[in-house]
Design a binder for this molecule. Structure first.
Ligand code: SF4
Length: 342
């Protein structure tokens, strides 16, 4: 499975998403955050008109291809959301901006402000930060898990209400983000909640922002989470989202964490070797997705070209024999044995 760099932001097809903040002034004191109220640093605020104008200039010059409008919490969620929405409206209406726009929804925002945001956004998100109430309490005394959850439900309600009238609304859906594992929370807990969010709440994407300690915060002495761990949690979460895996299929160690030195799909295949090799000329789409090195794109190609597949044209379908070779057969023959004849 390919790993994309999700670390900072989503990437657009032709360029970079510009993350624009209304303000770094914040009412809250989350233990991990650079913007927390008690942290002493020079804060900034930008009026919606100015934010829209400066982004549109970047966009016009080709320095940015999309915008993510976010903010710390200035006075209240509603007031902050008002400023975020205002920036979006100015960009869309005054500047005629038609590009990609991701809008952050503040937890506990008023329903009508959410509806307004969804009218202008391509994607909207509210951050859970943690995979449960007890975990969130350790990250922040100000955040309320139930209020965040209710906000997601309000977003869903607003989306379905608007979709009747505007069928193309919010094409990139609703998503969320976790601060990934500052207190060594178990991967199992992140993945369990992620599975719930994908299956029951229909979120489009769950992002994992690996924890990096910020100086002069209560979490400054905690350890940074490695890029490799972040990569593994993304791989496992995408197995749940796109590959039909359930949490029970994901191999975890005795502490409930992913195995760090291997792709979780490969670990799954090696642990379930009795299910392989699979004859790709006969296997269903769901089974093809279980084979290491075969993703939704290649699985679809295999199904579309089934009659023409032979041992000599696997590379044309994008099948990487180094990864998939030992797990597949073609009309009962192993491509690896065939390759070793030459
Ligand atoms: S995480 Fe958000 S609410 Fe918490 S301190 Fe940072 S900006 Fe404020």
């Amino acid at each position: 499975m390919k790993y994309k760099n999700f670390e900072k932001c989503e990437r657009l097809k032709k360029g970079i998403l510009s993350k624009e903040f209304i303000t770094s002034f914040c009412e809250n004191n989350c233990f991990y955050c650079a913007f927390r109220k008690d942290r002493n640093f020079k804060r900034e605020f930008i009026q919606p008109e100015k934010l829209a104008k400066s982004f549109f200039e970047k966009y016009r010059k080709g320095y940015a291809r999309g915008i993510f409008i976010s903010s710390a919490i200035l006075k209240s969620s509603d007031e902050t959301q008002y400023l975020i929405n205002k920036s979006a409206i100015i960009l869309r209406k005054k500047y005629g901006y038609r590009g990609y726009m991701h809008i952050k929804i503040m937890p506990d925002t008023d329903y009508f402000a959410i509806k307004e945001a969804l009218l202008y956004a391509d994607r909207a998100s509210v951050n859970f930060e943690a995979p449960g109430d007890s975990y969130l309490k350790k990250l922040s005394k100000d955040k309320d898990f139930k209020k965040i959850f209710d906000t997601v439900l309000k977003m869903r309600r607003a989306y379905f209400e608007l979709r009747g009238k505007y069928p193309f609304i919010l094409p990139y859906g609703i998503c969320t983000q976790f601060i990934y594992s500052p207190l060594s929370e178990r991967d199992r807990d992140y993945l369990e909640f992620t599975e719930f969010l994908y299956r029951k709440i229909n979120l489009k994407m769950v992002y994992f922002s690996r924890f990096t300690p910020v100086q002069r915060t209560p979490f400054e002495s905690l350890k940074q989470v490695s890029l490799l761990r972040e990569k593994r949690i993304y791989q496992a979460s995408l197995l749940i989202r796109d590959y039909g895996f359930s949490l029970n299929d994901i191999p975890l160690d005795e502490n409930g964490n992913l195995i760090k030195n291997k792709d979780p799909k490969l670990v799954y295949a090696e642990k379930n070797y009795h299910l392989f090799p699979v004859d790709i000329k006969k296997a269903s789409y769901e089974i093809l997705l279980r084979i290491p090195g075969i993703g939704p794109k290649i699985a679809k190609k295999i199904i579309q070209n089934r009659d023409d597949i032979n041992l000599y044209n696997l590379d044309k379908l994008g099948i990487n024999l180094k990864r998939a070779g030992r797990f597949i057969l073609v009309s009962g023959k192993s491509p690896l044995k065939q390759a070793s004849l030459f």
